[in-house]
Design a protein around this ligand. Structure first.
Ligand code: ATP
Ligand SMILES: Cc1cn([C@H]2C[C@H](O)[C@@H](COP(=O)(O)O)O2)c(=O)[nH]c1=O
Length: 209
């Protein structure tokens, strides 16, 4: 098929509180889709572009006003959509993004308390017509996520937040999953990695069918 007539690719986002296990499974999903004959682009937010990665560095390490934080998340997202997501989907590639707009609702909205209407305004400005075809929400209780995080890394600005912050993020993720059940699939990420892969395989088989 020529470039101009390629069937549009699909867009999958990966979400969950820090330490839920989502990044662990992106490679598995990419391999599954490649085996099914799809061309795959893996990326992340904030980040995914030159400008986005510079914004990520600031966002993950510098304290800033809450509205500045939300605006920079969406600035990174706009660049990501323009430079990576839209061109890839137009080529027929499948895009896997480690986080997208649900994270802004969960973290800046749920966690930090930014008015949801402001986030909706930004969403309507930055991507009025684009939504993931599928969002995999890796869900775990806070204590499980915290143990996984503590075992692995130096914590960034968000990861240093307290339990009530993550509880509010998780609640907002679950609220959105209930609001958009056609798009958001809740994955029980308390299970072993192999059991979690089995859940993913079930969802992906339906998506590629
Ligand atoms: N189902 C699982 N069972 C046990 N450990 C897991 C499971 N899934 C992931 N882990 C481990 O938990 C740690 C955190 O996983 P991962 O980096 O995928 O989390 P994350 O949700 O992407 O976190 P962040 O958003 O902070 O990057 C890793 O050491 C990973 O190996
Ligand atoms: C897209 C997005 C991300 N965040 C937060 C969530 C995480 O704590 C970090 C990204 O780190 P990860 O290890 O790559 O998951 O950024 C946010 O607060 N708002 C957003 O829109």
């Amino acid at each position: 098929m020529t470039q101009g007539t390629a069937v549009r690719g699909k867009f999958i986002s990966f979400e969950g509180i820090d330490g839920a296990g989502k990044s662990t499974h992106i490679g598995f999903v990419a391999d599954f889709l490649k085996t099914a004959g799809k061309s795959v682009v893996s990326s992340r937010e904030p980040g995914g572009t030159g400008v986005g990665e510079k914004l990520r560095e600031m966002l993950l390490h510098e304290k800033m006003d809450l509205e500045t934080e939300a605006l920079l998340m969406f600035a990174s997202r706009r660049e990501h959509i323009a430079q990576v997501i839209e061109p890839a989907m137009a080529r027929g590639d499948w895009v896997l993004s480690d986080r997208f707009t649900d994270a802004s609702f969960a973290y800046q909205g749920g966690g930090r308390g930014l008015d949801r209407a402001k986030l909706e305004t930004l969403e309507n400005w930055v991507h009025p017509h684009l939504q993931p075809d599928l969002t995999l929400l890796f869900d775990v209780p806070l204590e499980v996520a915290r143990k996984r995080l503590d075992a692995t890394r130096t914590l960034d600005k968000f990861e240093q937040e307290q339990a009530d912050f993550f509880s509010a993020c998780r609640n907002e993720y679950l609220r959105r999953a209930a609001q958009f059940p056609h798009r958001i699939v809740v994955v029980d990420s308390t299970r072993t990695i192999d059991e979690t892969r089995a859940q993913l395989t079930h969802v992906l088989e339906k998506l590629i069918a």
